[in-house]
Design a protein around this ligand. Structure first.
Ligand code: DGL
Length: 268
């Protein structure tokens, strides 16, 4: 595998673009091959088995397309598909999920803190954040809330308006999220509503997402394998299982340089 091969990144839709963008900011020489599984969106309310199957298929596609690393830029898929993907292709290429880097950073920063987590029903039901954080910081208190309306709302391009703020507020008012020090946005779609969440808390709660820590992990793993790219003209390819105008618009927003789009049915 050549060090200038692309990094493969996937999500159910536009959410993973927030992770791809953080990786691009930190590592501008890296080429990126992105897969948005828009045909199967949302992942958040599907069975763990189904998510594991989608994740495996997409990871194989990215690996067979020449990617040197796979980043699961979706919390739901990180919760349910990571193990299977690692078993399948980790001998060949490294696989990174979005949950471990964020959990480690939070456990380090808030070892005795009260941590809130919001995410899809699938992610919250898995209990994975609580397990990961408390494994590293047993004194930390972790409370979570499934917020299933948020990802579909964002995927439709519906945020930064009165109605989205009302929906966000009605979730954040819930009892389980009271008296927290920090809130983890445990869905890669949520950085797009980060300012609305911050508006609700008025600076009293720190609001964090995983994108930056994931980018740091990508850098550290590529560096230690001597696989950082030195490409002068990195390429950005975006595949989707169903091309939507919101996806195209969002990808162009995060990657205003020349990008390539292709609708691709890898389930045939
Ligand atoms: N972006 C995905 C995540 O991080 C979820 C969106 C969906 O429900 O498909 O969990």
């Amino acid at each position: 595998m050549h060090k200038n091969a692309p990094i493969g990144i996937f999500d159910s839709g536009i959410g993973g673009l927030t992770v791809a963008s953080a990786i691009h900011d930190l590592l501008p020489n890296e080429s990126i091959m992105y897969f948005g599984d828009t045909a199967h969106f949302p992942y958040g309310n599907q069975s763990p088995e189904q998510i594991a199957e989608y994740g495996l298929k997409i990871s194989r596609f990215l690996y067979q397309s020449g990617c040197k690393m796979i980043v699961i830029a979706c919390n739901t898929a990180s919760a349910h598909a990571f193990k299977g993907i690692v078993k399948d292709i980790n001998q060949e290429v490294p696989v990174i999920n979005v949950i471990d880097p964020a959990s480690a950073a939070i456990a380090d920063k808030y070892p005795n803190g009260s941590v809130g987590v919001i995410g899809t029903a699938g992610t919250i039901k898995s209990g994975i954040y609580k397990r990961r954080i408390q494994r590293l910081a047993p004194q930390a208190k972790v409370s979570s809330l499934a917020t299933p309306l948020l990802a579909p709302m964002i995927e439709e391009g519906f945020f930064n308006n009165k109605i989205s703020q009302t929906i966000i507020n009605s979730y954040l008012e819930k009892k389980s999220l009271q008296n927290i020090d920090v809130l983890i946005l445990a869905c890669t779609h949520y950085p797009l509503i980060k300012n609305e969440v911050e508006k609700y808390y008025k600076g009293n709660v720190q609001v964090v997402d995983s994108a930056y820590w994931v980018a740091l992990e990508v850098k550290s793993q590529l560096q230690s394998a001597n696989m950082l790219s030195d490409a002068k003209n990195p390429e950005f390819k975006f595949y989707v299982s169903y091309l939507t105008s919101v996806f195209e618009k969002s990808a162009k927003y995060f990657f205003p340089q020349k990008v390539e789009f292709k609708e691709m049915n890898i389930w045939k």
